[in-house]
Design a protein around this ligand. Sequence first.
Ligand code: SF4
Length: 466
Amino acid sequence: MTSIKAPKFVRENQWAGHSNPLWRRRDKKKVTILYNMFERRKSLFIRTYLEKAGYKYRDLGDHKTEDVHYGREWGSRMMCNPVYFTSGSFIRALLEIEKNEGLTKEQIVDQFIFLGGGGDCTPCRYGMYAEEYMRVADDAGFKGFRILILNSDLLPYPPPPKDAAFKFSTMFLFSFCMSFILADLMHIGECAVLPYATDKDAAIKTLNECDNLIFKAFRNPFFYFTLPAALFRAGRKLAAIPGEKKNLPLIFITGEVFANYANGDANYNLRRFIIDEGAEPLPAVFSHRARYECWRKKTYFYPYSKYSETKKERKFWKKYCNVLAAQDNTTRFLFNLFDFFFNQKQFSGKGELLDLDMLSALSEPYYDKAINGGEGNMEIAEAIYYHDKVDGFITVKPFGCMPSSGVSDGVQSKIISMYPDLNFLSIETSGDNEVSILSRVSMLLFKAKQKVRARESQVNVKAPSP
Ligand code: SF4
């Protein structure tokens, strides 16, 4: 008879998850918030809220390639790339504080808190971010490190305790909304002027000056007055950048929200690469993505407000949908208002908020709008919408992304067969295959330039002889 050996490692206590203790109001002054809002401009502008509300803060800076390595080392297997980038940047920061500032792990747990993104548990992994942050901190020895999760939901459940030091208050959400709109406008400016600028270094210097101008105005307690003036001045400065008149191919970039908007190592600095290679990227507008989030939830939950079993439930969902509609309308209103002062038209900016119902109608036969997760039907809708408006269409998705790589790209093959002229490229970012990805982008740009040349020669042929 063979005896069965007992396993070598036995977990004695039932695992009860990671703890995330409350950051109490009485500790407000001794705790520093570590944060990074996708990329440097959003991080810069949201800093104004943290300053005005009296928090100590530390911007972790843009995500770097090495963050993926930290994320993979400390995080769970088989996650998607943004989880590795964000949790990696967070754990790298903690380890660097320990090494460079001589604090013990316990002191770091006591004196710092991390503000990161996370969401509802759709078919993608967004709902698992919070757990991952706590896991990497625990496993690296920072037991009980506190995490604040910025969720796109506006009705927090359960509501935060009264003595919480930080609440996702209406003022915070309003400031966050303003921050990404301001960042959008500057990105629109960068995409419009940099490809044509005669002196690119000088243009980058002007862009940085405009960032600071807007930041200082937004930091001012009377920003209702100072911000419009700063946007007006920034718009004029960008319009005054000397540029060449030339026909450059127009490239639209879409894809998973992190890979698309990180504008740095997380997407191989794709936008700058496209500009350096002589093309104009169409700016990815985060305000559009934020509106889509509201639209998606409103579409999904609206039937609940009609057909839920009890009156109380119907009332709850009705209120929820109204809040989403208010958020959507506020985003659109502020974007248009700020753009009025910034006036992107004066430097041929091409940032726009598209009609989400129109986009949904375009994609409806191929992608059900009720399919949730990631970018949902958006990438398909955008491919159809832009097929005759751009010279190249790139969709960026992180390695291991379920909705974008697993679902959306499958449907895209149908869209490409319908529009064979669509110069389409899907790239998967893993954080460490830069050369092979950018060489594929180069091929797309080569074809895009051929399209521009073909258009120019058609115009020349049709032009009447003098
Ligand atoms: S959309 Fe994709 S990459 Fe983004 S969180 Fe979900 S699974 Fe990850």
